[in-house]
Design a protein around this ligand. Sequence first.
Ligand code: GDP
Length: 446
Amino acid sequence: AAFGSLSSRLTETLAKLRTKGRLSASDVDGTVREIRRALLEADVSLDVVKDFTANVRERALGEEVSKALNPAQQVVQIVNDELVRILGQDQRRIEFAKQPPTVIMLAGLQGAGKTTLAGKLAKWLAGEGHTPLLVAADLQRPNAVNQLQVVGERAGAVVYAPEPGNGVGDPVKVAKAGVKLAQQRQHDVVIIDTAGRLGVDAELMKQAANIRKAVNPDEVLFVIDSMIGQDAVATAKAFQEGVDFTGVVLTKLDGDARGGAALSIRGVTGKPIMFASTGEGLDEFEPFHPDRMASRILDLGDILTLIEQAQKAFDEDEARASAEALMNDTYSLEDFLKQLQQMRKASNMKSLLSMFPGQSKQMKEAVENFDEAQLVRYEAIIQSMTPVERRQSKILNGSRRLRIAKGAGVTVTEINQFMKQFDGAAKQMRTMAKGGMPNMPGMAPM
Ligand code: GDP
């Protein structure tokens, strides 16, 4: 997972302090040295590392630690503060134009994730009540226009693209026409996808700069693959000079990015990280909050993002309906099936689960091994039942179970286990829904 090794190095280093009462200067120096090494190994730029460790050292040797009731905890707080600082301190939101449409231009290397991001942004903006228009001004990559159309469709957003074979040449014209169309059709946000190259080159920069000049965007988002490691700094600087972006989007934070790009980019460019992309799915995207990211790196948990994502993942009406069913003792396999399907829609289940704070090693492993196939099997089992069986599972006798097992491609033993777990879990949830205290927490059976 993102920041995995950096995260465990930092938490291990800080955990060593916990056994000590007072911290000597050499304790502090040892800790700072380990932090420095962990950051360098995560490909964080040298300037940022120097700045970071100097601040941590100075504060850790100061009064706030020597006077603290719990010095080790205070050092964790300092490292957390400094992480928040190098990640940009405050969340930076999109600045919408006073006079719509707000124009957002995307720039970055090919493969950084611009086109995917265009779809994610569009979907997210639509969810916030905006009416985005996507503009396909990447006329370099053969399939880019088509890809944007596909992504746009999935996001439920309108896509403006030049007719194939007609005016294919000029991305500046396409971008301008897109903005004009947005004005005419009253889209309040325009997202312009631009071409990328595999490496930074002069022509690419010139094209991006020309688009920027032509449409005068409110935001220019530099999209960067978090996994590019040490090249991040040079690439970011080149784009800063070439197009002068207003904000950064980190992509592929789900991969095993070491964290270098994320931790360096603000310090190197002075520009805020505004969004993070954490997977290929359109919902795997979130506004970037420096404080929450720091908490995740230090394994302090990120409950807020977790709650926000869970709320998005679970349809409100469905959630209410199943709560009501529980209250009325009518909660059935039919309701459970709906919940399962909702859970599977949250395709980023793993990243959701990993946001729980202070997870033990076992818990982490359980999350890592989280078996989505199990959800699929449960679904298959319920789907092999008749509607009556789903509502009144009491009638499931031996021959019915055999038939269901065949239909779902599982054994009768598995059906028996499943039913036993379901009955137990449903009972527990009923108690919970009625305000009682269950033996075990859980929002869905199993
Ligand atoms: P572009 O050339 O900059 O437009 O990049 P694309 O949007 O085509 O993305 C390149 C590849 O990266 C595609 O296969 C995407 O599905 C994938 N991708 C984009 N964002 C993410 C992300 O956050 N996580 C992962 N794992 N893959 C991503």
